[in-house]
Design a binder for this molecule. Structure first.
Ligand code: PEP
Ligand code: MG
Length: 311
């Protein structure tokens, strides 16, 4: 029986009522792509491009980047691949994008903020992504990290379109973006929630500090309510809303996220099977009931309990 289960064909992510919820992989290099496909990834929901360049002492050329992105996209013909623009800065230093020393790197020059003051690096990366888009059959989506409002959304989306990208979006990792999600969803082709940073900034607790680890809980109803606001804004504007933080890899929380209006989930490939199995056990209506129970709890742990007891 175990062997049969292991050999069963991997189906698309879906709820018990047939509602499709694409299940995607978080990847750092093209070398991880083949295994992700074996584990059932229906595409890529987060390609963390900075991981390829952590050791680089000079900025990678357009040609070098084109080769890497093309290699990644070739693993996913006809499938969605969401690439994140370099997420570097004081928190994740790259030697060719020196941001200097900061006392509070999590609140500093990072994500889109550092790309904007290094626009040549951003333009080179987007140009390489356009080359890869045009050289393969994958459905390339490109998004910016650490976007905080409509003005930054306009900046990134218009630059991406001007350079020739087909689908351009933003990550929701800063609470201000969630508060303004209606304005952002109008301007962006999609929104992808980075629940790790969204949790850190909502609870104002550095995600790297072990002493504050209990605050890094995406079940916290404050985080869930922001997710609901983003989901509602996406639905109103007709734009997809994904989650690509660790939250998507927790099967019980994955159900709640879908109940809050999230339309796709991206995670470490090892988590795909468990999330796929859990989603199959609930209808969208049941997921919504669990989500409502969770957002009405007062703490992360009680939100988890409330969701479990709701159906
Ligand atoms: C996140 O913040 O949830 C995210 C996906 O980005 P990273 O973990 O790379 O900051
Ligand atoms: Mg992040």
């Amino acid at each position: 029986e175990l062997a049969a289960a292991a050999n069963a064909p991997i189906t698309d992510g879906a709820l018990a009522d047939g509602t499709l919820v694409p299940l995607l992989a978080n990847l750092g290099t093209p070398s991880e792509a083949a295994q992700a496909v074996e584990l059932g990834a229906e595409g890529v929901g987060l390609f963390r491009t900075e991981l390829m360049f952590l050791d680089a002492t000079t900025a990678p050329t357009v040609e070098e980047q084109t080769a890497e992105y093309t290699e990644m996209l070739k693993h996913f013909p006809g499938k969605k691949v969401v690439v994140r623009a370099l997420d570097a800065g004081a928190d994740k230093p790259l030697s060719f994008m020196d941001m200097g020393e900061e006392a509070n790197p999590a609140l500093g020059q990072r994500g889109l903020r550092s790309l904007r003051v290094n626009e040549n690096i951003l333009r080179d990366q987007l140009t390489a992504l356009v080359n890869a888009q045009n050289a393969t059959d994958a459905d390339l989506w490109v998004m910016a990290p650490m976007v905080s409002d409509a003005e930054e959304t306009d900046y990134f989306v218009s630059l991406g379109r001007e350079l020739g990208l087909n689908t351009v979006g933003v990550m929701a990792e800063v609470p201000s973006l969630a508060v303004l999600a209606d304005q952002v969803a109008e301007r962006s082709d999609f929104v992808s929630i980075g629940s790790n940073d969204l949790t850190q900034y909502t609870l104002a607790a550095d995600r790297m500090l072990g002493t504050l680890a209990k605050f890094q809980d995406p079940w916290h109803p404050a985080v869930l309510r922001l997710v609901k606001m983003i989901g509602a804004a996406g639905a109103a504007a007709g734009k997809p809303v994904g989650v690509c933080g660790e939250a998507a890899a927790d099967p019980q929380l994955a159900v709640v996220l879908v109940g809050l209006g999230v339309t796709s989930l991206s995670m470490t490939p090892q988590a795909l099977a468990d999330v796929r199995a859990e989603l199959k056990t609930v209808t969208l209506e049941q997921a919504t009931v669990r989500a409502e129970a969770a957002i009405n709890a007062t703490t992360g742990p009680t939100a988890r309990e409330a969701a479990a007891n709701a159906s």
